[in-house]
Design a protein around this ligand. Sequence first.
Ligand code: UN1
Length: 504
Amino acid sequence: MTSPAAETRQLLEALGVPASRFTGGSRTVRTPLTGEAIGAVKDDSPAGAKAAIGKAQAAFEAWRKVPAPQRGELVRLLGEELRAAKTELGRLVSLEVGKIASEGLGEVQEMIDICDFATGLSRQLYGLTIATERGDHRMMEQWHPAGVVGVISAFNFPVAVWSWNAALAFVCGDSVVWKPSEKTPLTALAVEAIFSRAAKRFGGVPDGLFTLILGAREVGEALVEDPRVPVVSATGSTAMGRIVGERVARRFGRSILELGGNNASIVTPSADLDLALRAIAFAAMGTAGQRCTSLRRLIVHDSVYDELVGKLKKVYASISVGNPLTTESLVGPLIDKAAFDGMQKALEEARKAGGTVHGGARVTEAGPQEAYYARPALVEMPEQVGPVVNETFAPILYVLKYSEFDEALALQNGVPQGLSSSIFATDMREVERFVSAQGSDCGIANVNMGPSGAEIGGAFGGEKETGGGRESGSDAWKAYMRRQTSAINYGRTLPLAQGVKFDV
Ligand code: UN1
């Protein structure tokens, strides 16, 4: 059987990444499948990041002159190249992050989908014509390219998050400098190679339109601090986003923040429990609980609690945990030891707060000593306290009981984060209340499905400590452009607004 290191090398070569990019560097990349080294990349320096921003600024000045539908053609070609590379890139995502095969491929599909969306968008980017109070005048609103967009992304969607930002930014006329997670530089290098093939086919893409910079915090800080980067899109923890948001705001830049989620589902008495069970299993255990949209809190009506939780315990006890590429497992490894330690710490805190923990132990037979597989944990909690109000990036599902619908809504909204949420109900009054202004306070509120697995067509993001940004579909593109209002006088007189007289 091929080792993960050998397979990674074959995949990177097939994807067109030169060996010099992933060997011989000082940063060791490990696969969570086995813990073994699969690459050694060179970090960029903060000075290198500054140079990339300089080139991106020059590229922006050229790219903004290219008509938007032509910019869309570059993104269409990027989508084609991604289609051609889907099998290899999906597999590489699984090797670098530990996703099961279908989720690795699904991540690449998400990239292809946003390229299609952005290509269509490139013939839209609509402005407005606004009625004006002045005669022989016209007033309009236009959207112009913003400039250099800095993208900082997390390990768990190592390539899709880049694409949500970059595909929109390119059609909007912006250039992109990307700092991926230091845990996932190999998939980023693959994206760099895929992009350069699309750029070559397009011809005439300005040098520096897209630059990948690798490294840790210092490199990201260069993007955050530089006034030549008007838009910074950052995905990751709330702690990281608080720093990024404050620093970018201090220089009056704009940030698009997609931070922690602590997503809940409410299971009401009218729920279809079989459907709910399947949805809960995917949302809470899929991606080993390492999505920002993963289900972390289950709020169950007392009339269905015993039945549902009884069934859930069986699913939790039987779900297969193991190497997602060599077994049929649905739950792969955690990204690293720190993630496993964080999970154990949260479970300990839950026990102290009166919780009953089912599962959660390390699965040593699933991989070698340096790999961190864990059984997903189901934790029955007496109250929403302690670790339940925090986001722990691991497969832990806290279960709470309610008796009145208002109580369920208060629990759902009673955490600092506001990314995603869902309700299982066939009672339309409860459904409609949940999605009404008095219902879920999250950026995403689903019905009869889990909170994770959003399609690219909707705006993606959330409220409160999730940061307020929106990426991907709907009109999220507006955050990558600047708005300009123009009033145009085509007459020979000068009527002033608000009836002001100023005759000199
Ligand atoms: C993330 O975990 O950062 O909605 C993004 C979902 C995916 C994206 C998750 N489409 O679960």
